[in-house]
Design a protein around this ligand. Structure first.
Ligand SMILES: [Zn+2]
Length: 371
């Protein structure tokens, strides 16, 4: 089985699928999606191609069950991050203990493993459906999984999102929220302190307050995911050297532990705005956010994974995944994947020893859940 997975993985990694929303002009997921669809049709599996955006198709592959069993989604993204500074990112190098190449771990190994397992499930004749969702755009806006959920046809009984977790069964992670504080002053000629209100100087208490808030959040961790956190992401302000700055924007990101959401950030931003002294003033807005993941460890899909891999750790990831979207849509979801390194760096690799365990545990889970 591992040989079949590596063979398909090698083909997938060799196909450029850099996310065009991350890197303007990048090729996107069309070519890798075409390869997946062709492979799955040849394997005798059902194939549904959904053009989420022009040139950016989700490919949903189904190993149809005999009926009467639970359905399981294996979800992995086909897009990869950029390759700036990477020597030969799409040249797949297979070594004794690892495989190198952009996307090999994040998440083409997920795609390849899920497809090979679907083929095996089809041949075995399980009662439940095994649905392999090969989705676009996870690395930027999650348009692929959003479209999959909106479509509604693939509402399975559970889902496993195949992001690299170093073989930890991840049932929880934090969400996030973005917001902006705008501090308003008044523009004036640099020689006229009597007229100008320096928005940048008046923003100082906001930045200091942000630091205090971060310290406060760190003292109240969630038992599973750890604490929420907050930081400045961008600061933009002023017009030119000889003019009093009329405004400054501070863009803030908050990582939300279970229980926190955009309203939590909105309240904190209002507190920070109140620190700005007259005659300046500040206003805040939240712009975008994604929910945390908090799947009950006693959910059948978590129990199935724990039974298949009794030695594996169960816990939280530091990063956000599409599993939160699926859970929010009513599909109990977990995250599980192999180990390696160099994700989003210039030397990405998959650990082959962890692939053995990953493949075995996932296959046992599929058989038990969909039996
Ligand atoms: Zn990923």
């Amino acid at each position: 089985m591992i040989e079949e997975i590596i063979e398909l993985l090698t083909d997938l990694v060799a196909i450029d699928s850099v996310n065009p929303d991350l890197v303007p002009g990048a090729v996107g997921e069309a070519a890798v999606a075409a390869h997946i669809a062709e492979w799955a049709r040849t394997a005798g599996l059902e194939v549904f191609v959904d053009e989420v955006e022009p040139g950016r198709p989700n490919v949903i592959v189904t190993a149809r069950g005999l009926g009467g069993g639970r359905s399981l989604m294996l979800n992995a993204h086909t897009d990869v991050v950029g390759t700036a500074g990477y020597d030969d990112p799409f040249e797949v190098v297979v070594e004794a203990d690892r495989i190198r190449g952009r996307g090999v771990l994040d998440t083409k190994i997920g795609v390849a493993t899920a497809l090979v397992l679907a083929r095996r499930a089809g041949a075995l004749g399980l009662r439940g459906d095994v649905v392999v969702a090969c989705v676009v755009d996870e690395e930027c806006g999650s348009k692929g999984t959003d479209a999959l959920i909106a479509d509604g046809r693939f509402h399975t009984d559970a889902a496993i999102v195949l992001e690299p977790t170093e073989l930890v069964i991840v049932h929880a992670h934090r969400g996030w929220a973005w917001g902006r504080i705008t501090v308003h002053g008044r523009a004036a000629h640099g020689s006229r302190p009597d007229l100008g209100i320096d928005a940048i100087v008046h923003a100082a208490p906001v930045l200091a307050g942000l630091g205090v808030l971060q310290q406060r959040l760190a003292t109240a961790p969630h038992a599973v995911t750890g604490p929420s956190s907050i930081h400045a992401g961008l600061i933009t302000g002023g017009a030119e050297m000889s003019t009093y700055p009329a405004s400054v924007q501070i863009d803030v990101e908050r990582r939300n532990m279970p229980g926190d959401d955009e309203t939590t950030l909105a309240a904190e931003l209002d507190e920070l705005c109140a620190l700005v002294d007259a005659p300046a003033h500040a206003v805040a807005a939240t712009t975008f956010g994604r929910s945390p993941l908090m799947t009950d460890p006693e959910e059948p899909i978590v129990r199935a994974l724990r039974a298949a891999g009794p030695d594996l750790a169960v816990g939280a990831a530091s990063f956000w995944t599409d599993a939160a979207l699926l859970s929010e849509a009513g599909i109990p979801s977990v995250v599980f994947g192999p180990g390696g390194g160099g994700i989003h760096e210039t030397e990405e690799w998959l650990d082959l020893a962890s692939l053995e365990t990953f493949g075995r545990v996932l296959w046992d889970t599929v058989q038990a859940f969909c039996a």
